[in-house]
Design a binder for this molecule. Structure first.
Ligand code: GDP
Length: 310
């Protein structure tokens, strides 16, 4: 599995056809896992919770793969998320497979590799896949678009803005959990849970109101209860047909995205476009042409060449 993922992540041109062939053959065997996305600001307790939740699942006989989506990992010169040293015990468990984020790059590239890696894990027989991401930037939206259930972890009293409540994270969440609900923090966590539950009632366009829980890795029963909430969500989504609809929609959107990327590539590879752009770009910068005029001119030139793209 690790070698297959390395092949998928490889940027070498001659690996491309082999990777495509492999994915094509494995596709019929994929799609059977339950996919859980996990997000939250750095320090909220993602990796600690994944370790505890993961061990619980492995003990119950599940096979768990943990992937990470972290487009920013070039900042630290390496992958932070999914780092094996953060989940030592889980990483040693024979039922688990932990894979750090693909090498940093544009989110689109990281997302594509992560999606394909997810399919590989499913084909390899992992029946639960966690996809972890940092709660900053666009990566939550990306992960949301590839999972069956999206778990958002929150800190008590860390400030709403900091945690992205204003960024629409509440609209993405299927389940929320306030972490570190132990010791001195237990009461504050419960207060935060209540406030979040109230705030969720005001989130527009929600068919369902996401449940909010508290969790502490120091209290095993809360970790088990969180997993029970995830299972309830999954069972309900499965029996109502919502899960199937969500996957179909995700697949369609993913196809549209790849199509749009390819269309862009073809367009810019067109010799008329490539030949005209420097001049038109300069004309726009020098304010000799408006943006709209430059684009119209480009369309005229493409049309004049009777090019298929025009
Ligand atoms: P991540 O950056 O979101 O992956 O957060 P970590 O899992 O690395 O956790 C950040 C810190 O919070 C670590 O020092 C953990 O030991 C601590 N932590 C995580 N979960 C809990 C918890 O349930 N209770 C307490 N008291 N501390 C926790």
């Amino acid at each position: 599995l690790a070698r297959a993922i390395t092949l998928i992540e490889s940027g070498r041109p001659d690996d491309g056809p082999i990777a495509r062939d492999l994915l094509g053959r494995l596709l019929p065997r994929s799609g059977r896992a339950f996919r859980l996305g996990i997000t939250g600001v750095p320090g909220v307790g993602k990796s600690t919770l994944i370790e505890h939740l993961g061990l619980l699942l492995c003990e119950r006989g599940h096979k768990l793969a943990v992937l990470a989506v972290d487009p920013s990992s070039h900042v630290s010169g390496g992958s932070v998320l999914g780092d094996k040293t953060r989940m030592e015990e889980l990483a040693r468990h024979p039922n688990s497979f932990i894979r750090p984020s693909p090498a940093a790059g544009a989110l689109g590239g990281v997302a594509r590799k992560s999606r394909e890696t997810l399919l590989l894990c499913e084909a390899a027989g992992y029946d639960v896949v966690f996809v972890e991401t940092v709660g900053v930037g666009q990566s939550e939206v990306t992960v949301h678009s590839m999972v069956d259930c999206f778990l958002v972890l929150m800190l008590a009293g860390a400030g709403d803005e900091l945690q992205g409540i204003k960024k629409g994270i509440l609209e993405l969440a299927d389940i929320l959990a306030v972490t570190k609900a132990d010791g001195d923090n237990a009461l504050r966590a419960e207060t935060a849970r209540r406030e979040l539950a109230n705030a969720l009632h005001y989130v527009a366009d929600r068919g369902q109101i996401a449940p909010v829980t508290t969790v502490s890795v120091r209290r095993a029963e809360t970790v088990a209860a969180l997993w029970a909430a995830v299972e309830t969500f999954r069972d309900e989504a499965q029996s109502s047909g919502r899960l199937a609809a969500r996957r179909r929609e995700q697949s369609e959107r993913w196809f549209e995205q790849l199509l749009a990327e390819e269309a862009g590539r073809l367009f810019f590879a067109n010799p008329v476009v490539a030949g005209s752009l420097p001049e038109l770009r300069e004309a726009v910068s020098a304010m000799k042409m408006t943006h709209a005029e430059a684009i119209l001119e480009l369309r005229r030139r493409i049309g004049a060449e009777k090019n298929e793209i025009g």
